[in-house]
Design a protein around this ligand. Sequence first.
Ligand code: ADP
Ligand code: ADP
Ligand code: ZN
Length: 221
Amino acid sequence: MRLVFLGPPGAGKGTQADLISEKTGLPHISPGDMFRKAVKEGSDLGRKVKEFMDKGQLVPDNVTISVIRDRITQPDCGDGFILDGFPRNLRQAEELDDMMAEAGLDLHGVVNFEVPLDILIGRSVGRRVCRGCGATYHVEHNPPRSEGVCDACGGPLTHRDDDREETVKRRLTVYTEQTEPLIEFYLRKGILVNVSGDQPVVAVTRDLEAALDGIKRKIAR
Ligand code: ADP
Ligand code: ADP
Ligand code: ZN
């Protein structure tokens, strides 16, 4: 299954993509995670993207699109993928259409995680990410068993630089201006499904799995 997870920063896309990836074996592809890794490693890519991420702006399309094009043509994407955080504007969505058309493949579903904007700041400001394995926690809503320590690997939990309130607000504006129009774009294509992200993690997963079953039934027809 080839899927896109759409939604504002802090909606829970990454959390759900990790869970679904573990259950289905579909690779979880997040440009944000790939960019953070590149920044940490100090690679050429990292140097190109850092200033944009620090400001809460989108990385230029040519950079992002080429990273995604390389990634989704890897052999582990043969059975599909979960794109989390791509596309984020119309140009990227059109490029993804072109990539799929070139390969003779369909995008099967776009899951839109709906969360009221006013709770999103708290989601991102309280987010903690494991330096070791990238697992995501929340200080209130999804705390680790032992404060500051990853349940999965024992690594230290960190606060993303761009999860400061001021930067989160800017990212939310970028979302509203550039990403939100994609809801309409995919609705017109008939592949959009809405899932409420404004409920506990397990309830979101339950609704998401029901939505994915619907997409699977549609593919089988
Ligand atoms: P969140 O999960 O909170 O939405 P991400 O990890 O997806 O955050 O993104 C972090 C940052 O990485 C973004 O603010 C942006 O600078 C960059 N980024 C991620 N995805 C894209 C994309 N599709 N296009 C351009 N920049 C992106
Ligand atoms: P995104 O990838 O959409 O930016 P994340 O999955 O990183 O979002 O989640 C943002 C923050 O909210 C994290 O701290 C995560 O632990 C927390 N979170 C995720 N899903 C929920 C939920 N359903 N309810 C409360 N908090 C959540
Ligand atoms: Zn970890």
